[in-house]
Design a binder for this molecule. Structure first.
Ligand code: ADP
Ligand code: AMP
Length: 221
């Protein structure tokens, strides 16, 4: 099962990718998570990526395509994946086509999650992440049982630096300019489906499972 989740920042890609990964036992590959891990580890990649992330810009294609190439070269990512946050430019989409062809793999589903701008800002500014395990919460829509503490591992929750309102607006602008044009690119793809992402997390997940089941992508659905 090779799935691509598309949509603007805050649409719910990461949330849905985590749920799918857990249900279907395939890896969730997120370029944003990889960059944040590199920033945390203080590597050269992390230092470079941080300059762009902090201002809401995209990390240059050469760097981003490089980390995806490395990730897809791993055996554990070649049996299926849920890709989230990549591609974000036409160059990245072309690179992904090339990498999939090298692996002789085709995307089973391209799901484009639609959520309007005002709701995206509510979702992003309320997003909270576990420092220890990366689990994703929302202060109002998906709060942890104990304030500020991760349900899964007891870690401390924090707000991403780039989730503050000024950077969020820039990120949505960058999405509209550089990533939204990919809708046209992928709408020509036979497996492209648009999805209303404004419902609750469980409803959106059920809708994704229904799409995947209609495409018969996985035995466990
Ligand atoms: P993305 O990966 O697309 O940037 P996330 O999955 O991180 O988005 O979701 C952004 C925020 O919105 C998170 O705080 C998440 O808990 C919350 N969220 C995700 N899906 C929904 C939903 N369907 N309804 C309400 N809140 C949601
Ligand atoms: P995300 O976690 O997907 O919201 O991404 C957080 C930030 O990481 C983005 O605002 C970009 O700065 C950077 N980033 C993540 N994925 C990509 C990508 N495919 N191309 C360029 N930059 C990216």
């Amino acid at each position: 099962m090779f799935i691509l989740l598309m949509g603007p920042p805050g649409a719910g890609k990461g949330t849905q990718a985590d749920l799918l990964a857990e249900k279907c036992g395939v890896p969730h590959i997120s370029t944003g998570d990889m960059f944040r891990a590199a920033v945390k580890a203080g590597t050269e990649l992390g230092k470079e990526a941080k300059r762009y992330m902090d201002t809401g810009q995209l990390v240059p294609d050469a760097v981003t395509i490089g980390i995806i190439r490395e990730s897809l070269s791993k055996k554990e990512n070649q049996k299926g994946f849920i890709l989230d946050g990549f591609p974000r430019t036409k160059e990245q989409a072309a690179a992904l086509d090339g990498l999939l062809a090298e692996l002789s793999v085709k995307l089973d589903a391209v799901i484009d999650i639609h959520v309007p701008g005002t709701e995206l800002i509510n979702r992003i500014t309320g997003r909270r992440i576990c420092k220890a395990c990366g689990a994703n919460y929302h202060a109002l829509y998906n709060p942890p049982r104990a304030d500020g503490i991760c349900d899964k591992c007891g870690g401390v929750l924090y707000q991403r630096d780039d989730d503050r309102e000024t950077t969020v607006k820039k990120r949505i602008e960058v999405y509209n300019e550089q990533t939204k044009p990919l809708i046209e690119y992928y709408s020509r793809h036979g497996q492209y489906t648009e999805l209303d992402g404004t419902k609750g997390i469980k409803e959106v997940f059920a809708a994704i499972l229904a799409i995947l089941s209609s495409k018969k992508t996985h035995d466990n659905l």
